[in-house]
Write a protein that binds this ligand. Sequence first.
Ligand SMILES: Cc1ncc(COP(=O)(O)O)c(C=O)c1O
Length: 390
Amino acid sequence: METKAGDPAAFAHFDLYRVPSPAFVVDEAAIRRNLSILADVRDRAGIKVLGALKAFSMWSLGSIVGEYLDGVCASGLYEARLGREEYQGEVATYCAAYKPADLAEILTISDHVIFNSPGQIARFKPQIDAARAAGHSFDIGLRINPQNPEGEVAKYDPSQPHSRLGFPVSQLTPDHLASVDGIHFHNLCEQDLAPLERTWAAVEPHILPHLSSLKWLNFGGGHHITRADYQRDDLVAFLQGVKAQTGLTLYLEPGEAMALDAGILVGEILDVIDNGMAVAITDISATCHMPDVIEAPYRPAMLHEPSDGPLTRLGGPSCLAGDIIGDYRVPGGAEPGARIAFLDQAHYSMVKTNTFNGVPLPAIWLWNSTTDKLTEIRAFSYQDFKARLS
Ligand SMILES: Cc1ncc(COP(=O)(O)O)c(C=O)c1O
């Protein structure tokens, strides 16, 4: 999988020795830049934009997100709670399947509760009615599956055959929407406008007959809106068109776009050996700190990597033979003690870290590239590792 980001932006001038290693460093100015682009699209199109916490839930920036966006979208109870506690505006919760106890709380803290199937909505009707009778006010949504594959990689495509994500749109009947206020789909990943337009074209004939009973449509995330070459004016025109056509409130819920190119993961080379090529062990682990490197897989861009010079294979300190980040030309040479940084790590890395092998979690630092203010937000210790086990 090719990553379309990787612009060092202000990090080109960041001294990697200013923070302990390993550490995520997030640039507040870059986050604000992304959020203001999203807010501009929102305002021009007359829609609502929610930030997807699954991608970027650095909640110390919750009030900053609230300055620009209409709220957040959550993947279940914990993110919904985080959204309500630390962010402003609406909370829209979608989960592929709810457990009754979780749903009870979700219904009290969410503005939109989005279900994956009409079967779940019917099964939970008594609980939904009881929550409303107790004074809680929320909309019910149904996630549909557009059955329109657009993904570059099948395993990341919600429209893959036999997908579990969303109710197949071709099966939709008026009965399924009897108690539904809005329709949700999420079909994209790091994509441009054209796949969204094709997805809308695929679902539109199935949705138009039901407009009179609906309040809103949510087009999910995966829109790479803050990438420099994204077709933002065309997106605005497209959204204005759908809004005029349907008369409904439209939502987008981008995650990655909030934090695109806004953070790095700083690490240090601990040792270098020769095994047919230079192999360096770093204090960054692919499996613990950047699992998408193995899962996607993809090769994260490295800050200041020269275009020629000897390649070094970089890997983490864990026991996993496949804990390999990739082969890189390390700027200044791969020597113990040398600092390195991987670009575009604010989203889908910080939220996915784990402590396999007892590998320490990277600290979280906030930098403001405009003022140069640098603040430690959180450091992790042995206690954080121990607290997750028993
Ligand atoms: C339902 C839903 N909404 C929003 C998003 C955010 O997507 P992205 O971070 O690619 O914008 C995702 C990502 O998987 C998702 O599943």
